[in-house]
Design a binder for this molecule. Sequence first.
Ligand SMILES: Cc1ncc(COP(=O)(O)O)c(C=O)c1O
Length: 476
Amino acid sequence: MEPFQPQVLSYEEIRALLTKVSPQEFEQAKVHSLTRLKRQILYEGQPAGAIVRDTDGNEYIDCTSQAWSLNVGYCHPDVLAAVVEQMRHLTHVRYSYATIPRIKLLNRLPQLFPGNLTKVALNNQGGGTTIEAAMKLAMINKPGATAFLVPYRAYHGCSLVTIAASHYMPGLCRFPGFGLDHLVKFPYPYCYRCPVDKNPRTCSLACLDIVEQVIRYGTNTPIAGLIIEPMQGAGGQIPTPPGYLAGLKEICQRHNIFLIYDECQTAFGRIGAMSAAEYYGVAPDMLVLSKGLGGGFPIGALLAREDLKGFTAVEEHTTFGSNPVSFAAALANIEVMLRLDLPGRARRLGEYATARLRHMQEEHPLIGDVRGPGLFIGVELVEDPQTKVPATERATALVELAMLHGVIFDVDMPDLVNGLPTRRNTIKIKPPLTITEEQLDRALDVFETVLKEVEQFSPEELVQIREQMIQEAMPR
Ligand SMILES: Cc1ncc(COP(=O)(O)O)c(C=O)c1O
């Protein structure tokens, strides 16, 4: 039974468009494409699961959830049902029109997060656009203030402003971003490599003093907001230490600076709680959501404190920003997540996986640090646990080899010095929260197998990998 009766094309024609592609077409598309394409053509995801197949029939356990977004797994049937139902009614409306899914989502989101975050702006562009919405709202509510504080090695998006607010990769990225004069960076509390060289057990959060100093001496203009991932994702899977966000909030309050959490990665169950705000018990003034919210459909949401002034009609809207199909997907996705207690599942599976990885660490000095929580896992590889020299080449090779064994992992952002990667050594393990115990075990088995392989690489092999890495990353 087909869901719709096409009017102009036949179902066979539509299927042929979407299910068949020749190697020649792929080669031609690569020539046309201004952006790079991976070598696999992904074709089909396991409904509600963690497995994805390519057009050659290869199966992969996806420990990336496609940019950490498919928290409920690929093509969740309930999300699809909501989407199909919504598409029978409306697929697109102009931004200023209310629709039933938009009304319900505006009312539902504030119920999920701590603090008085009852004001909501929605879009269908994703995280970067939502970060910019938060920046606009901060400037509206603190007139005259146009500066923002952002941490080292943050990632907030790929628009010109969010590139400026993110970790800069000279050479790899050929523009520093716009608005640099509005952005001031401060060290992220990365305890494994403490930016102020303290012992995390006894430091009394000395890194917060730097934030205080940056506020005092780092800008010549009033500061509107401080944007932070409460647990850094692309920067290396780094949770802020206990007490840090509470301290940051106190500093922001004292200086009348809006505290803005970028929870694109951490919200919706991945860390074993609905949000990092809940996990740490510290609510921000604004919360940026995306990724896991849409169940695979594009969406972004800004939540803001109840007392904050909102936007005029021209300040926040885009042509496709109010897509009812994505909002319908998000509504079903949220209920599925809660009904299945996916935060609880992520917590349990995460505890299991990190315990297994820590056990591996005892036998493999290449594993420098294992970080969670939940299924927000980072495994930092180092050449030597004492010197902590990043095992960048081995990490890259590990991801490549794991792919050949049918598991997709990823690594963190590179630090580039004179075109050479000096850091990109944290393996990210962030599968759909619906991954089965068996699949997770298989992914960890593969991790251990390829870890042993990369441990054996000779210095010559490492040089070769480094050259390959540079070639692949650099502009053509
Ligand atoms: C923490 C964080 N913020 C913002 C973004 C940007 O989101 P988008 O790519 O949807 O603009 C990302 C994307 O990876 C992210 O990880």
